[in-house]
Design a protein around this ligand. Structure first.
Ligand code: PLP
Length: 411
């Protein structure tokens, strides 16, 4: 009896530990990082190792670790050597950070409406916003779904426009059989705490296969140190060279967006488990997709043929207001009352956030009506979490959703 109970406890423990957040080499690497008594650890190049592993995984030529995707996007824009008021096209459904870094770089944000099914911008919505001043297109791979990048790249090449894929929410996406993000000129990933993997709360990675862009990105995010190169974040120098009052350290303007070694140590351990971390989210997403099957008023994000979906979140366009006279908030409360978990709404459209609303940037007036599809869908979106550590709990929540939909009626 006791043995059976012990075995059961062991089994339960191994299950939860497998699904725990930091059950790989995170603790071991942190200890190694802290143990500077050991000469092997003292100057261990954690950031460089993390970048090297990301290069292997993605197939990009260069990877630059940064302290957030926001800083990565800023460095990416600054790397493009643009002129004031050049235009940057981004999506009308995404976080506000893309617009903030655009404005900080003295560039003009332009918002393209979304494809009503994938909720990403696409070549048609982009074309309607392109002008002679468009120098960057910054699509987002929303909620874990890689953006349909090939038509955008073909168009951008013709027009000499740089494409920066905001892949903050999409790691391990596969687009046309390659790592999603590697197709763009630059791609940026986020390791903030809620993402598929984290580097300890905040962090990001920028990839590119263009040496000049890589060097510029590294220099901007590394305070403009003159000896930084596309692939080297640390360059050793004879002390006689820098212990000299005439030594010049910085040859370009930059900020300190560098990832810390401690962060890289955690990121490295998480990267070792990234396939599992993503796969688990896909499994959870499938439970919620099953729960909403044949429901005419919960429409999932439409996948594209060229890519998989990595389900940072599993999202639905809720048409309950029109079809069942149930508001977003009423449905939210009904789901909670039946034992479901709180789910998220989409962020406000970036140009309608208070920081930007009613302001004008170049020809962009940040007012209601700028991107009608995006504004309509933003009000309806329901984002269910996929980062359950325990799949039984996820299943229970999906069952709650399914029975609530049955009660209301799927038609
Ligand atoms: C689509 C998108 N872009 C950019 C960011 C910014 O990432 P970070 O929090 O790492 O700065 C996020 C994070 O929330 C995001 O979801």
């Amino acid at each position: 009896m006791l043995i059976t109970r012990l075995n059961l406890t062991k089994k339960l423990f191994s299950m939860t530990s497998k699904f725990g957040k930091f059950v790989g080499n995170e603790i071991e690497y942190i200890k190694k990082y802290l143990d500077t008594e050991d000469p092997k650890n003292k100057n261990y190049p954690w950031v460089q190792k993390f970048e090297e592993e990301f290069i292997k995984l993605s197939g990009a030529k260069y990877a630059i670790a940064v302290n957030s995707a926001t800083s990565g996007l800023h460095a990416a824009l600054e790397a493009c050597n643009l002129s004031p008021e050049d235009e940057v096209i981004s999506s009308a459904i995404t976080v506000v950070m893309n617009s903030f870094v655009t404005i900080q770089s003295n560039l003009t944000p332009v918002f393209a409406d979304i494809n009503p099914n994938t909720w990403n911008i696409d070549i048609e919505t982009i074309k309607s916003k392109v002008t002679d001043k468009t120098k960057v297109i910054m699509p987002v791979s929303l909620f874990g779904l890689p953006v349909d990048i090939e038509p955008i790249m073909n168009f951008a090449k013709e027009k000499n426009i740089i494409v920066i894929d905001d892949s903050a929410e999409t790691i391990m996406g596969e687009y046309k059989k390659k790592f999603a993000g590697v197709h763009a000129d630059i791609s940026v990933y986020s390791f903030e705490n809620k993402k598929h993997m984290t580097s300890g709360g905040e962090g990001g990675m920028v990839i590119t296969s263009n040496e000049k862009l890589a060097k510029n990105i590294r220099k901007f995010s590394g305070i403009g140190y003159k000896n930084l190169t596309a692939s080297a974040g640390r360059v050793s120098m004879a002390s006689s060279e820098f212990q000299d009052p005439n030594h010049i350290r910085h040859d370009t303007i930059g900020l300190n967006y560098r990832m810390t070694p401690l962060s890289a140590a955690i990121g490295l351990a998480q990267l070792e488990r990234i396939k599992f971390l993503v796969q688990r989210r896909i499994e959870v997403a499938e439970m919620f997709l099953d729960a909403t099957k044949n429901c005419s008023w919960m429409i999932p994000q439409k996948k594209i043929e060229a890519a998989n979906h990595t389900y940072f979140t599993v999202a639905f366009n809720f048409l309950g207001n029109e079809k069942k006279s149930i508001s977003w908030k009423e449905f939210y409360n009904m789901y909670l009352q039946k034992g479901g978990d709180g789910f998220y709404s989409a962020w406000m459209n970036p140009y309608l956030e208070t920081a930007l609303k009613n302001k004008k940037f170049g020809k962009t007036s940040c007012n209601i009506g700028l991107c009608p599809s995006a504004e309509k869908i933003q009000k309806n979106l329901m984002l269910f979490k996929t980062n359950y550590r325990n799949l039984d709990i996820a299943k229970r929540k999906a069952n709650v959703l399914s029975s609530l939909i049955d009660e209301i009626g799927r038609d």
